[in-house]
Design a protein around this ligand. Structure first.
Ligand code: TXE
Length: 497
């Protein structure tokens, strides 16, 4: 199979001058520094995007604030939901264009771009659209004494927090933006999104589609820039009322600190970690191997919920690793635009170099590299899916997030030891337990320190199911009904009559 032919509209979009999208219009920006968008499969520069300055930050937030006070405030909840549904329709209509753009920028295989980046983002939009008409307060019973027959009434109402800043990583630049944008708009907030400097392109196209969907100007703004100037300026802007961030733990700490320091700006942090997957001894080896591949290797492991620490019973680990090696060696690695490719490149050069450094570290520490563990020589940021057998829980690769296609394995003998190992990390975004023994799974669930525990599955997120971390993997929850608390303020009203 060969590469897809790029759609004419993709070529046309790449050839444009790119900057930002503010108040319903593309804006080229006042700065003179450009980000080069590098296709990680070819190392070619495919577009340039102008980095923002304080001028675009101020303009983006001002547009969002005006829309928050004006056009979006006067849009009924039903119509807000309709806007999100129309945007979902446009995602489906333009699915191939968005998917091709995203695969070019991030190295994600085209199948995954279609299914997750665009298809799943449309589903999230529809889910959030349904909430728009269902966000409400409650009436409350008041027990204050009545001396002269006076009565009381109390109720709460949920009010949108205001302008939201969304800071987005490079691994799912459309889908993660949509999580934040849809939650904000549903609640009546407006948003300024800052995509990652590695993937600054696709959301500029999504913003155009949002206008086509009838979302008023200023409700969605995109300001491109890095973590040194634009990110901090958005967070500390006096009119920014909430920050929602997905990304690495160190950056999340800096973002959380900056948000709190200035004026107690509300903050949701969805950070990575070092997620564990526990395979119990009752499962057949083939099922364990299927589970490991699902949990650890999708999108080259560049998923914050992916598993990186794998615990296999000592009676099975040799056989499991041997079969896993055989399965991974059949993976077709290559161009993300080839529909038969199973694994594309890592998303950018900095990340590729980080992963190569971690391979080196594993070697220095004497961990056993069973498969992969080195660069694939040639053009592009390719590494093979990698299997590492750790010597102990203290090996670097059992502790540090790789965010790559790297599974690190350790054996265990009994379940007490397994639970202790699963929890032996400062992080707690997600975990999985794999077994046919439901009683054991049910008993383990409460003892695992993670925001999400999957049983016999891993990585897949559903808009109805809250998602977020415990311990150092973040603050707050996205999806379900949990998001409402983070994008609205609860106002109490008491009346005497
Ligand atoms: O992520 P960052 P980077 C991991 C992954 C990767 C490493 C670094 O291992 O190799 O992090 O990647 C913005 N104020 N993950 O640098 O730093 C930045 O511009 C405000 C795991 O890309 O987390 C980008 O938009 N914003 C992860 C976003 O934060 C700031 C996903 C994320 O950048 C900022 C991505 C600042 N001070 C990378 N500094 C996961 N687990 O989900 C940076 N940014």
């Amino acid at each position: 199979m060969s590469e897809l032919t790029l759609l004419p509209e993709v070529r046309e979009f790449l050839n444009r001058q790119h900057g930002h999208y503010i108040n319903g219009e593309p804006v080229s920006g006042t700065g003179d520094v450009f980000f080069e968008v590098v296709n990680p499969a070819t190392e070619h520069v495919i577009a340039k995007v102008k980095e923002g300055t304080k001028v675009e930050v101020d303009a983006g937030i001002a547009a969002a604030y005006t829309a928050f006070r004006g056009a979006w405030a006067t849009t009924t909840p039903m119509e807000r939901g309709n806007c999100l549904n129309r945007l979902a329709d446009l995602f489906e209509k333009n699915l191939e264009e968005l998917a091709q753009l995203e695969s070019l920028c991030s190295g994600k295989t085209i199948q995954l771009s279609r299914f997750l980046e665009v298809g799943s983002a449309a589903q999230f939009l529809r889910y959030f659209a349904g909430w728009a008409t269902k966000i409400s307060g409650e009436t409350l019973n008041v027990s204050l004494p009545s001396f002269n027959g006076e009565q009381y009434k109390a109720f709460t109402q949920r009010e949108p927090v205001g302008v939201v800043t969304g800071i987005i990583p490079w691994n799912f630049s459309i889908m993660i933006s949509i999580w934040k944008l849809a939650a904000a708009l549903t609640c009546g907030c407006t948003i300024v999104l800052k995509p990652s400097e590695f993937t600054p392109l696709t959301m500029l196209r999504v913003a155009e589609l949002a206008k086509e969907a009838g979302i008023p100007d200023g409700v969605i703004n995109i300001v491109n820039g890095g973590g040194r100037e634009v990110g901090p300026a958005l967070i500390s802007h006096p009119l920014c009322s909430k920050v929602t961030f997905t990304g690495s733990v160190p950056t999340g700490l800096a973002v959380g600190r900056a948000a709190m320091e200035g004026k107690l700006t509300r903050v949701t942090l969805e950070l990575g970690g070092k997620n564990g997957a526990a395979f119990l001894a009752d499962l057949p080896v083939e099922k364990i191997v299927d589970g490991i591949i699902e949990a650890g290797y999708l999108n080259q492991g560049q998923i914050c919920a992916a598993a990186e620490r794998f615990y296999i019973h000592s009676s099975l680990i040799d056989e499991v690793l041997q079969q896993l090696k055989q399965r991974l060696s059949t993976f077709k690695i290559g161009s993300p635009l080839d529909e038969t490719t199973k694994m594309g490149p890592l998303a950018n050069k900095a990340h590729y170099e980080k992963i190569l450094g971690l391979f080196e570290k594993a070697r220095q520490e004497g961990s056993e590299i069973i498969y992969g563990g080195e660069a694939i020589v040639g053009t592009g940021y390719f590494v093979p899916p990698t299997i590492i057998r750790a010597n102990s829980p203290d090996d670097t690769l059992m502790k540090e997030e790789t965010f790559g296609p790297v599974g690190t394995f350790l054996s265990y003998d009994d379940e007490e030891e397994l639970i202790e190992q699963m929890n032996s990390t400062p992080f707690g975004l997600a975990a999985s337990i794999w077994t046919n023994d439901l009683s054991k799974a049910m008993r383990m669930i409460s003892r695992i320190e993670a925001g999400t525990v999957w049983v016999n599955m891993h990585t897949f997120l559903d808009p109805a199911v809250p998602f977020g971390g415990v311990k150092s993997s973040g603050i707050g929850r996205e999806f379900g009904s949990a998001f409402i608390e983070h994008y609205t303020e609860l106002k109490s009203v008491m009346m005497r009559y």
